[in-house]
Design a protein around this ligand. Structure first.
Ligand code: SIN
Length: 318
């Protein structure tokens, strides 16, 4: 556990901010008091904890939508959510362009949010755009007793632990990312199912991306369905993607969070992929989500010479 003394950052939250790394391949609980009260110096410590641990959990918050957005603004520029025409058809319209609802609840037969109750497959947010997101902030307001856990896998670690031959092979390669389906498998409102994935539209991102803030390389896979490794035959692309996905989503690189009401989870999309377990019948869940602009994806060849990110080793704690 690391504790940042108040005097170092000029704060007033019970004397301390605690950053408690979780006993998994990634993640830390941050105890910083009520996030409505944090100032820029506290936010800088929280930001550092996020860059160091890839995902942070802050418990026991009571936030309005505006409070959640004010918290997120400490870490960058908010990006609005999908426009109505980009959202799955038949979903209730957003009341705030910056707040999305992840929920399985329906009101009068109309979903109040996205993803329903099925599994949300592993993905990185907005990999289907030229400029993906930096961070996502999810705030739980209704937690199911069972199911709906949000999972993360550590993409620094996934890169570090790849077989050497595969690491060499993917240097300089890029993946074309499909935009037609969301990670709940729902067709986006304005999209057609992709035809030939070698020629269908979609942004290209390097398979190894250099994190713009930490300077470490991480594996960047986006989404598995309808992805294509540029320049390879379809067969070779599928085989390479299958190998990379099977490796990156190994249980030892993951952590799934069981929600409590009032939890905030914030994750770094340049360093993790995430996933949500299915929600069983009879269980309801609401999580409110906002997101921050990212940077163009690039790979700095010099970053291959760096030692791994501090959480790019298995079983690193404390
Ligand atoms: C997502 O935002 O992709 C799903 C995360 C969740 O609702 O747990």
């Amino acid at each position: 556990m690391s504790t940042v003394a108040l005097e170092e950052v000029g704060l007033s939250h019970n004397g301390q901010i605690e950053v408690i790394p979780l006993p998994h391949a990634l993640g830390a609980e941050v105890r910083c008091g009520d996030v409505k009260a944090i100032d820029d110096a506290t936010a800088a410590v929280v930001h550092r904890a996020l860059l160091d641990n890839l995902v942070i959990l802050i418990r026991d918050q009571e936030l309005t939508d505006e409070d959640q957005l004010d918290f997120a603004r400490h870490f960058g520029v908010l990006r609005p959510g999908s426009k109505p025409e980009e959202s799955p058809k038949g979903m209730k319209a957003r009341t705030n362009p910056y707040i999305g609802i992840n929920s399985n609840i329906k009101e009068n037969g109309v979903p109040i949010g996205q993803f329903g109750d099925k599994e949300v497959v592993w993905h990185t947010d907005h990999s289907y755009r030229e400029i993906p997101l930096s961070y996502s902030v999810l705030y739980g307001t209704l937690a199911p007793e069972r199911g709906g856990e949000t999972g993360f896998c550590n993409m620094y670690l996934a890169l570090e632990t790849l077989p050497e031959a595969t690491r060499e092979r993917i240097k300089g390669l890029s993946i074309k990312n499909d935009a037609a389906y969301n990670s709940g498998g729902q067709l986006r409102g304005n999209q057609k199912p992709p035809g030939d994935i070698r020629t269908s539209p979609g942004p290209n991102h390097p398979i190894v991306c250099t994190h713009p803030k930490t300077g470490y390389n991480a594996l960047y896979l986006g989404r598995r369905p309808f992805a294509y490794v540029n320049g390879l035959t379809l067969e070779d692309s599928e085989a390479l993607l299958d190998e990379l996905w099977a490796h990156a989503t190994k249980p030892e690189f993951q952590w799934h969070h069981k929600w409590r009401e009032g939890d905030i989870l914030m994750w770094d999309n340049r360093a993790v992929m995430h996933h949500r377990n299915a929600i069983p019948p009879g269980q309801d869940r609401i999580a409110k989500r906002c997101q921050l602009d990212g940077d163009p994806t690039t790979c700095d060849p010099a970053a291959f010479a760096k030692p791994p990110h501090p959480r790019g080793y298995l079983n690193v704690q404390d």
